[in-house]
Design a protein. Structure first.
Length: 101
């Protein structure tokens, strides 16, 4: 079964390999257990977030709608991993990132 990353993460079970939104999971040459897949397609993991979806369920629009993401205390996470303080500033910074792609 093929999966796509919908939320960036660092795979601590793969020597810290970085997965970005839109990447295939698992990376080429890596085999993962069904248990690991279940951890990443559900909130049954330490981060309590869904990180991957089956390819048929993947929607690229989710990447666009996801950022900036509020992380607490007035801070927002951008799609490039940068943190910005203030919602308006984060929205503008994310627009600038998307325009530069």
């Amino acid at each position: 079964m093929a999966y796509k990353v919908i939320k960036p993460f660092i795979d601590l079970q793969d020597n810290g390999h970085v997965y970005n939104a839109g990447d295939d999971f698992p990376r080429e040459g890596l085999e993962v257990s069904d248990e690991r897949i279940q951890q990443l397609i559900t909130v049954n993991n330490n981060a309590r977030q869904v990180f991957i979806k089956k390819v048929g369920e993947y929607n690229a629009q989710e990447e666009v709608n996801e950022f900036p993401k509020h992380t607490g205390g007035g801070w927002y996470l951008l799609s490039n991993g940068e943190k910005v303080q203030g919602k308006d500033e984060a929205v503008e910074a994310e627009k600038a990132l998307k325009a530069g792609e």
